[in-house]
Design a protein around this ligand. Sequence first.
Ligand code: 1CP
Length: 350
Amino acid sequence: MSDHRFLRALRRQPVDRTPVWIMRQAGRYLPEYRATRARAGSFVALCKTPELACEVTLQPLARFPLDAAILFSDILTIPDAMGLGLSVEEKVGPRFARTVRTRAEIAKLGVPDPEADLRYVMDAVRLIRRELHDKVPLIGFAGSPWTLACYMIEGEGSSSFAKAKALALDDAATMHRLLGVVARSVAAYLAAQAAAGAQALMVFDTWGGLLAPDMFRDFSLRYLAQIAQSLQGDKAAKNIPLILFSKGANAHLEALADTGCAALGLDWTISLGAARTRVGDRVALQGNLDPAVLHASSDAIRSEAKRVLADFGPHPGHVFNLGHGITPDVDPERLGLLVDAVHALSARSI
Ligand code: 1CP
């Protein structure tokens, strides 16, 4: 299993063809996902029922020859376990019943015990590993402290997360208290996923790119580095590759590579070649096709896949992915075409 091309690529070892998986590969663009979610009754119930979370995790793998599975869950399970009360409504998105904005509210937050408070996630990881029969590796994941804090403060999605930024600027000490407890929670949660069987781990810093450079270093990067270090000291997680995806944070690639992670996820606003020139072979790179390409013609999908592969070049250490999640309006056949194109265009002898 440790020889699967996805894990080899994360270790920057030669592979027979470039491994590919897709962010949000289990999701609303698949009719079978929508059917299972309807059976579950809600998105949150789907996440909290290990058998159903396992079922939707495996759905895209039954359709396409993907090289990795990703746990079906959400980044917002941690704040939910901290008592914020998560719901996800169709077309509205995630929302918390309670927000945390004051020093007193933040002081009350504790680190959830993954095997008690997030038991349903660990059970899902164990079940998925069993059902995968080592066909492909399983990725576990969490949100970054900054990205989770954005939702905890705002209470829902936002295009600017201005309330989170205002707290960071007005009362940095309180913001650091919040980020500290969330970072310890994320590290414990990822370590528990590794112990339960996750074979790679990914941190989604989706809103890191909203921050000005100094704020990115203080309020996002610093906590990503803490998590990477904490995992390196953990028995179950120390040999599990960690992928950091700080969307829109291309100004900070060198610093992100210095955290000790195995790989960086990249959005589509930088070429893989340019990124590789900057980080060298310290880390593998994952990405970075613009998700919008899946709305274009078959020829465009093939030629853009070829361009992404050529941008990275003939080196070890590339995992093909989109630069962000697949959108709900994509025709699943287009994704099949992309996965086949990546495999065909990257086949090589090793
Ligand atoms: O109606 C539905 O079915 C809910 C849609 C949905 C789905 C399919 C949500 C609500 N979450 C998910 C699954 C999910 N979320 C996965 C599954 C594994 C996969 O196949 O990739 C993962 C990895 C996530 C992670 C996640 N959730 C992120 C980080 C990744 C990213 O896309 O940037 C973020 C920001 C969230 C919050 C969230 N949860 C759901 C939505 C619609 C959102 C985004 C809300 C916003 O725009 O602020």
